[in-house]
Design a protein around this ligand. Structure first.
Ligand code: BGC
Length: 434
């Protein structure tokens, strides 16, 4: 029997992007980093571990030309969203989506220290207006991992005074956007940035196992959030300011008989999933949850604990990540302790053939529905991503978009799963087999 799980009139169905991944022609610390590493990344083989395992062989066969092409790893024109945002917002309308999360590119707005570029600021004012004209609620992210090169050159987030520079930028944007914007996420997945930038060294600034710097950067990012939170509220009393926090669902294999792994799983949850939320809970109007990963810890040689995939009925995305849409329910109920409204500000998967996306959306929404029933105040689901985009050190080959982008012509083609999502958004309900 088919049952429909209905969402309230106030629940937002939406989608998300980030400036460096879609705008095109950005110039920041990542632009330099990707140019320096493109050749190296293009030489990665099919067995490369992209986080939680390697890509399925069939995916490699289809995408190998892109995977081994150095130009895949340079963001370049991106999806040219900077110029085509109106066309993209028309697609949001066609898909019945009511909220759009995007980020402001700090390096455009403040290309030199203290020098703000009015044309760039006006661009984002126009972006917000274009959304409002279409009845779409904007959610503005102020930092999605990229910073101006001058900021990085003077030591980036490791330097005392960095939070105040971010506060100044945040204040400038809040003033320019005024009452047109209610929802802000200050920082995107700060803990992911600290691990990739200061532990694995895979992302700029490329420091490896730099525990001291990572600690400093965490403190500075937390301070940056607090200052921006206050500054945005000073300018716009009605603003709702949150943080986009990535959470991985960690399982302990073999239960309690492995106390060390159990302990490590507990630590991963506490340290990775909740550190920033604990620090900032008195400066959050809502929590943005970003859900992608379901992992386990296992022992490997040389003796070490490594993250692995080994989950029940996972979708193995093109990146080899095991993803179970419904898992979001467990993460959401874990947020109940903070007593804040929650948006799922990102969740999605790399799926060039669009095999699993529709099912993933259904199951994610089922998980969200279940968490609402369990008393979590969930306000919306923003699928990652609206558009195929530049997936950081993996470049363009992983395709997360509801909308496919042709890399040569930049033509937009709406994927079947997006039409499926559009039906859900229009009915404000997801069908399940009871
Ligand atoms: C990030 C996005 C990224 C997505 C998929 C999230 O952690 O915020 O920028 O594209 O994951 O990897």
């Amino acid at each position: 029997m088919t049952q429909v799980l209905r969402f309230s009139e106030n629940f937002f169905f939406g989608a998300a992007t980030a400036a460096h991944q879609v705008e095109g022609n950005t110039s920041n610390q990542w632009t330099d980093w990707e140019i320096d590493h493109a050749d190296e990344w293009a030489h990665r083989g099919p067995d490369t571990d992209y986080g939680l395992g390697s890509m399925p062989k069939a995916v490699y066969e289809v995408l190998k030309d892109q995977i081994h092409d150095p130009s895949n790893y340079v963001s370049g024109i991106g999806a040219d969203h900077y110029h085509r945002y109106e066309e993209d917002f028309d697609i949001l309308c066609e898909l019945n989506l009511g909220m759009y999360r995007f980020s402001v590119e700090w390096s455009r707005v403040e290309p030199d220290p203290g020098q703000f570029d009015q044309t760039a600021i006006d661009h984002y004012v126009k972006v917000v207006r274009a959304l409002r004209e279409r009845g779409i609620e904007p959610m503005v992210t102020l930092w999605h991992w990229t910073v101006p090169s001058w900021f990085e050159d003077q030591g980036g987030w490791t330097v005392d005074g960095a939070p105040q520079l971010f506060e100044r930028f945040a204040g400038r944007m809040a003033e320019a956007l005024g009452p047109e914007v209610t929802y802000y996420t200050t920082l995107n997945e700060p803990e992911v940035y600290t691990v990739q930038g200061f532990v694995t060294g895979e992302w700029p600034p490329g420091k490896v196992k730099s525990v001291k710097d990572r600690g400093k950067v965490r403190q500075h990012l937390a301070a940056a959030h607090r200052l921006a939170y206050q500054e945005i509220h000073r300018v716009n009393a009605n603003a709702q300011v949150g943080l986009a926090q990535s959470q991985a669902l960690w399982d302990t294999p073999f239960g309690l008989s492995w106390p060390f792994r159990k302990l490590w799983t507990w630590f991963s949850n506490r340290d990775g999933n909740h550190w920033f939320l604990r620090q900032l809970s008195d400066h959050l109007d809502f929590i943005g949850l970003q859900a992608y990963w379901h992992g386990q810890w296992r022992f490997a040689k040389p003796p070490q604990l490594v993250a692995t995939r080994a989950m029940p009925k996972p979708y193995r995305s093109d990146l080899g990540w095991s993803q179970v849409g419904r898992d979001v329910h467990r993460l959401l109920t874990g947020l109940k302790q903070y007593g804040k409204p929650v948006f799922v500000t990102e969740s999605g998967l790399a799926d060039h053939a669009d095999q699993y996306r529709a099912q993933y959306i259904d199951e994610s929404l089922m998980g969200i529905y279940q968490a609402i029933q369990a008393g979590v105040d969930i306000r919306g689901y923003l699928h990652w991503s609206l558009l195929d985009n530049f997936e950081w050190d993996k470049g363009f080959w992983p395709q997360f978009g509801l909308v496919h982008i042709d890399r040569k012509t930049l033509k937009r083609t709406i994927r079947p799963s997006a039409f499926h999502y559009a039906e859900i958004a229009s009915a404000r309900g997801v069908k399940v087999e009871a």
